[in-house]
Design a protein around this ligand. Structure first.
Ligand SMILES: N[C@@H](CCC(=O)N[C@@H](CS)C(=O)NCC(=O)O)C(=O)O
Length: 213
């Protein structure tokens, strides 16, 4: 199977998918998309992803979009190691934790939102305060769930869907100088996850389009 991931090095939604692909031990090619120059809004990329958002995973030339849908497809297509547990109640709990990040935290801090705030006259400090508020709000809900369900990783004793979402979101939190003091369970789970070789390899700084000083 030929897998091409359209990705941007620091963007958290493609980072989720890189973690999932690496956990499954799959070979794939990274096709970088430059968000800074708005390459994602050009005609060529829109032909693949009508929303003009990364990631897109091309599977033998057929595009799949939306990181959570891609991760669930991966889990259904390559069942081991599992990203989601088998028990339906646990699966729903894992999805709830992942969706706090993917549906409630990330969408209000996305590049297009930050650009819209800039256009409204909000400066860097204001944009940071905005992101800090919504990331902290989501982490406040997630912290007791990780404390209750994590046993080394964010849910249980092996990496899975929650880690795919949480590791990139904590990377973002660091970029926005979020105080992680109130979130020790999240901090510990992510520190442990980052030691996992498959997760470590997905780090933004190791991507072909990384711009690290
Ligand atoms: N719900 C989508 C979100 C995708 C998304 O928003 N990606 C961001 C990067 S993390 C993006 O492409 N942003 C470009 C923009 O906001 O203009 C998913 O999970 O795939």
């Amino acid at each position: 199977m030929n897998l091409i991931l359209h990705s941007a090095w620091r963007a958290s939604a493609p980072y989720r998918v890189r973690i999932g692909l690496n956990l499954k031990g799959l070979d794939y090619t990274i096709q970088p998309v430059d968000l800074v120059s708005s390459q994602h809004q050009g005609e060529a990329y829109r032909a693949l992803n009508g929303q003009a958002l990364v990631p897109t995973l091309e599977v033998d030339g057929r595009p799949l979009t939306q990181s959570l849908a891609i991760l669930e497809w991966l889990d259904e297509t390559f069942p081991t190691p599992h990203l989601l547990p088998e028990d339906p109640f646990q699966r729903a709990t894992v999805r709830a934790m992942a969706e706090i990040v993917a549906c409630d935290i990330h969408p209000v801090n996305n590049l297009r939102i930050l650009r819209a705030l800039t256009a409204l006259g909000v400066d860097q400090d204001g944009r940071d305060a905005w992101a800090q508020r919504w990331i902290s709000d989501g982490f406040t809900a997630l912290e007791p769930m990780v404390a209750a369900h994590g046993r080394g990783f964010a849910f249980g004793d092996a990496p899975g869907l929650v880690d795919c979402c949480l590791v990139p979101q904590v990377y973002n939190a660091t970029r926005f100088h979020v105080d992680m003091g109130p979130f020790p369970a999240i901090r510990d789970a992510v520190a442990r996850a980052l030691e996992h070789p498959a997760i470590a390899r997905a780090h933004p700084n190791l991507q072909p389009d990384a711009q690290v000083a």
